[in-house]
Design a protein around this ligand. Structure first.
Ligand code: FE
Length: 190
């Protein structure tokens, strides 16, 4: 049986890896649903809501033994799993750059914000501070200028800020079903 793209994504949100915490007070699934809900509440365009919802699919894909990719657990064990790039490459089979580029760049956006905003680092969770060291640390001024010039830099920074906020265990998160229509329409209409 061929699964629809939205069903394939739903399956990832329902996987054992999605129930993992990866050093945060919320599961990966709750984190992603919370990020999507924050983007939606902010009135973000559909592409950015989708990007926020899907930004960590690289962690989930990597946990599937049938997929020869490193998981979020490997990142937490100290080796960069390049989950932004891997997640974006998987999503590119259905979504355009408006979705995949912010996903691909959400780790770079953390490294960028550490360089560009002196107050940003203090907002990071302990796990994010740890992974920052694995992911290359804050950008140099030259790297930050290069990042700013990328066409989807602003979208990636927006996703990053929702990402950082989406770790609140006291917030009730909507179910994946809540985003089905948005994802489905986006896949059909680009
Ligand atoms: Fe995240």
């Amino acid at each position: 049986m061929i699964m629809s793209p939205v069903d394939q994504i739903a399956e990832l949100f329902d996987s054992a890896a999605a129930r993992d915490y990866l050093g945060e007070p919320v599961t990966v699934a709750a984190h992603l649903l919370q990020a999507g809900a924050l983007a939606r509440a902010a009135g973000a365009p559909a592409a950015l809501v989708a990007a926020a919802l899907l930004h960590d699919v690289g962690h989930l894909r990597g946990a599937d033994p049938a997929v020869a990719e490193p998981s979020g657990r490997e990142l937490m064990a100290g080796s960069d799993n390049r989950h932004g790039e891997r997640g974006a490459a998987w999503l590119a089979q259905w979504f355009g750059e408006q979705v995949t580029e912010p996903v691909r760049l959400h780790v770079a956006a953390k490294r960028y914000l550490c360089a560009a905003e002196p107050s940003y680092f203090a907002l990071l969770s302990q796990a994010s501070v740890y992974t920052l060291s694995v992911q290359g640390g804050p950008m140099s001024p030259a790297e930050a200028r290069e990042f700013e010039a990328l066409p989807y830099a602003a979208g990636a920074v927006a996703v990053r800020r929702w990402d950082d906020q989406a770790k609140d265990p006291s917030v009730a998160v909507p179910g994946f079903e809540h985003f089905r229509a948005l994802l489905g329409e986006f896949i059909l209409n680009g």
